[in-house]
Design a binder for this molecule. Structure first.
Ligand code: PGA
Length: 279
């Protein structure tokens, strides 16, 4: 029975749903790699390459996430392109006496449109808790910034077939928090999901296509059924120009290392979904 449901959902997603899907979303997370001069140079190069490849990129939504400190200036540099600015982090607090914090309303006032929440590196190295992640997502939604919720399994969870359960629990935790604050359906349906296996981030290792397809369909079906919207789901973890076919079912990508090289990044943007039914 489970097999029949799986085959039907496969048909639905590849044939029926392909006509309704949005343009792919490609997000470059610059992390803490670049100094000011390097970031400005990368942005200028991105602008030039983008201008020369507009026709190949017209159907892609592209977001870059530079460090806070340079984001506004880079946004101005790229304002004539379709590349928009996102943030790697937001404070869980509102405006107030919180030394060093960058709030959602501050981000909004500098034209930030997207923001990561729940990235593994912040949980692991900065001890970000679920509670902080939920507060951050809530503040973003209140300020009309689209949260990109990062979810993902550890290698132990992967080996024990718990990848799906772990991701669904991350999703349910956030949505039940938002519902407890009566966040309206029309607002929370804007949340984007990024599936990033923890063991794939920065390692050069990615899951195989069968596994990734199944994760995509299962997470998508769960959210559509339980929360009644058609979510955009990105894949993240060691994406490069040569492994895009493996994650071609996804609606987009979250790219770290390969996004700080303008040629690699634009090449990935151009290639992603080229052979898919949608384009
Ligand atoms: P990576 O990072 O592409 O360097 O693996 C992805 C991420 O952390 O979002």
């Amino acid at each position: 029975m489970q097999k029949i449901i799986y085959i039907l959902s496969l048909y639905y997603f590849t044939v029926v749903n392909s006509y309704y899907r949005n343009n792919p979303l490609i997000v470059g997370n610059w992390k803490s790699y670049l100094r000011y001069n390097e970031a400005i140079e990368l942005s200028k190069n991105l602008k030039n390459i983008y201008d020369n490849n507009k026709n190949d990129l017209i159907d892609k939504n592209i977001v870059i996430m530079p460090p806070f400190l340079y984001a506004y200036e880079i946004g101005k540099l790229l304002q004539d392109t379709k590349i928009c600015i996102g943030s790697q982090h937001v404070s869980p607090f509102c405006s107030g006496p919180f030394t060093g914090e960058i709030t959602a309303s501050m981000l909004k006032s500098t034209n930030c449109e997207y923001c990561l929440v729940g990235h593994y590196e912040r949980k692991q190295f900065l001890y970000e808790s679920d509670e902080q992640i939920h507060h951050s997502a809530y503040k973003l939604l209140k300020n009309n910034i689209i949260p990109i919720l990062c979810i993902g399994d550890s290698s132990v969870e992967f080996e024990n077939n718990k990848s799906y359960d772990k991701c669904i629990s991350d999703i349910n935790n956030l949505f039940s928090y938002l519902m407890s604050y009566n966040v309206d359906y029309n607002i929370y349906k804007n949340i984007i999901i990024a599936y990033e296996p923890i063991w794939s981030i920065g390692t050069g290792i990615i899951p195989n296509k069968n596994f990734l397809d199944k994760m995509y369909y299962d997470i998508h079906s769960y959210i559509s059924y339980k929360y009644n919207f058609n979510p955009t789901i990105l894949y993240g973890g060691s994406v490069n120009q040569n492994n895009l076919m493996e994650m071609s079912t996804f609606d987009g990508l979250l790219i770290g290392m390969s996004s700080i090289n303008e040629n690699k990044f634009i090449d990935i943007c151009k290639k992603f979904k080229k052979f898919n039914l949608i384009n």
